[in-house]
Design a protein around this ligand. Structure first.
Ligand code: TYD
Ligand code: MG
Length: 457
């Protein structure tokens, strides 16, 4: 038999090279390339090549009588929102996140919620012993729920076991990095193994109609075989993130074949597991020092949900030839643009100053609608005059200095009114007729950045 030839695989992105390299040319990471024996058994490949094709049925693209794939709702609202209305039967979802962020906790809670509804739910842990999982469930007050547990790492054994008895609705594999398949020769945790194991589990989901969730650890330095190789193979990718030392956890959809990717779920890690945060705006604004100059509340949208967050700016005299510009939670090039527009069209001189801008609470804002809030925070910090504490801002700023309308104006205003804000500075346009929202909310439409800057400064 021919000797299987080795190849070198980047453990971060899965790129294959013919020789060892210090740096992966595909993803640019250092020290991620290791030698692995050639992927899935050569014998199997040859067998496929020689086999006569099996005849399968082709069906039309348009089929009106076919129902949408069934959804499995966990009842954990923040989770169901991000998946786009529950897990989809027969699909595979990858839940990624740094170790210790709470992936196992979230999933055991989801499993328990589903099992309580009478669904067959299986939780396979490749990392913890059954007793450890049980102990965690006890701590979460879920010890009595009929979730089926196992500590197992062989994908073939798992699939053989699951294929017996009633079809499970949901199978959780915690984590994909601990799984191995005998079809691949490399050690567990390598890219080939992760890919092989994921392939087998995806096939299992498609053939049985069970929803499968794969947990994937991601580390900042990319040392563990990246679930990135799995991202392309699965139907949906959720990422679970935490923010510097706080108990806040954000769940976001990175990819979703069955739903939107702009929704976020907000949780708080408590002594009894993850608690849903139903009103994230209140949480994001809770630690606010409203009287401080440089702070402006942005009425934003995260997917279909309005979310109020605080933009904080610090404009300080610079001692450097090239002033510092640092941004956390927003786009640095967007800040550069706002600074240029303020200089050119509103006479706000910022070029000699260091500028720091952060979005409070660790949220990442991607909307251009935040321009106006960022500009207000910058002008407020420069002039050292605090904005009125009950004001919110939203609006996109064009390069000409014009303030452009943005989507979901009314939803943003409603959220602001609900949280007790009395003033809103927004683009001139249809949303301006805000009396419809609340009589306590004074809405002011702005056409150009110069007017706003003159008013604050
Ligand atoms: P875990 O779900 O094990 O993280 P992951 O699976 O992503 O690695 O969560 C571990 C952390 O969560 C651990 O630091 C302890 C904390 N935790 C709580 O604060 N409260 C709880 O009720 C539980 C179960 C965990
Ligand atoms: Mg875990």
């Amino acid at each position: 038999m021919a000797k299987p030839h080795a190849s070198f695989v980047c453990q971060n992105c899965g790129a294959v090279t013919g020789r060892w390299q210090g740096r992966c040319e595909a993803c640019g990471e250092w020290n991620t390339i290791t030698e692995e024996s050639a992927a899935t058994g050569i014998g199997a490949q040859a067998a496929i090549g020689m086999r006569k094709g099996r005849v399968f049925e082709l069906s039309g693209l348009i089929e009106t009588d076919r129902p949408a794939p069934p959804r499995i709702l966990t009842g954990i609202g923040e989770l169901d929102r991000v998946t786009g209305g529950g897990f989809v039967s027969g699909s595979v979802l990858l839940l990624g996140g740094e170790p210790g962020i709470g992936k196992s906790t979230l999933l055991i809670q989801a499993c328990a919620a589903l099992a309580a509804k009478g669904q067959r739910v299986v939780y396979i842990s490749g990392e913890e012993a059954v007793d450890q999982v049980r102990l965690r469930a006890q701590r979460l007050g879920l010890a009595k729920s009929p979730v089926e547990l196992a500590a197992e790492t062989s994908v073939e054994d798992i699939i053989a076991t699951l294929s017996r008895g009633k079809r499970p609705s949901l199978v959780v594999i915690d984590s994909i990095q601990t799984m191995w398949t005998s079809l691949v020769e490399s050690t567990p945790g390598t890219v080939s193994q992760v890919r092989g194991a994921a392939q087998a589990l995806i096939r299992f989901a498609k053939t049985t109609g069970a929803a499968v969730i794969l947990v994937g650890h991601v580390t900042k330095d990319g040392q563990i075989a990246g679930p990135r190789v799995v991202e392309h193979m699965v139907d949906a990718v959720l990422s679970f993130e935490g923010e510097g030392g706080r108990d806040l956890r954000l769940l976001r959809a990175v990819k979703n074949r069955f739903g939107p990717t702009d929704e976020i779920g907000v949780f708080e890690m408590t002594g009894r597991g993850l608690a849903e945060v139903g009103n994230p705006s209140a949480l994001f604004l809770s630690a606010r020092d409203a009287a401080a100059p440089g702070a402006a509340v942005f009425a934003g949208m995260e997917g279909s949900r309005p979310l109020l967050v605080e933009f904080q700016a610090l404009v300080a005299q610079s001692s450097l030839g090239t002033p510092r510009r640092a941004v956390v939670g927003w786009d640095a090039s967007r800040l550069a643009m706002i600074v240029a527009v303020l200089e050119t069209h509103a006479g706000v001189k910022l070029s000699q100053y260091d500028i720091y801008l952060t979005v409070a609470g660790g949220l990442r804002v991607g909307e251009p609608a935040a321009d106006l809030a960022a500009a207000a925070a910058l002008v407020s910090s420069l002039s050292n005059i605090a904005l009125s504490a009950d004001s919110v801002f939203f609006g996109e700023i064009a390069l000409s200095g014009a303030i452009r309308p943005v989507a979901h104006g009314l939803a943003r205003l409603k959220e602001a009114a609900k949280l007790g804000f009395c003033r809103a500075t927004i683009p001139h346009g249809p949303s301006e007729r805000g009396e419809a929202v609340s009589k306590d909310l004074a809405v002011r439409g702005c056409k150009h950045i110069s007017g706003l800057a003159a008013e604050i400064g």
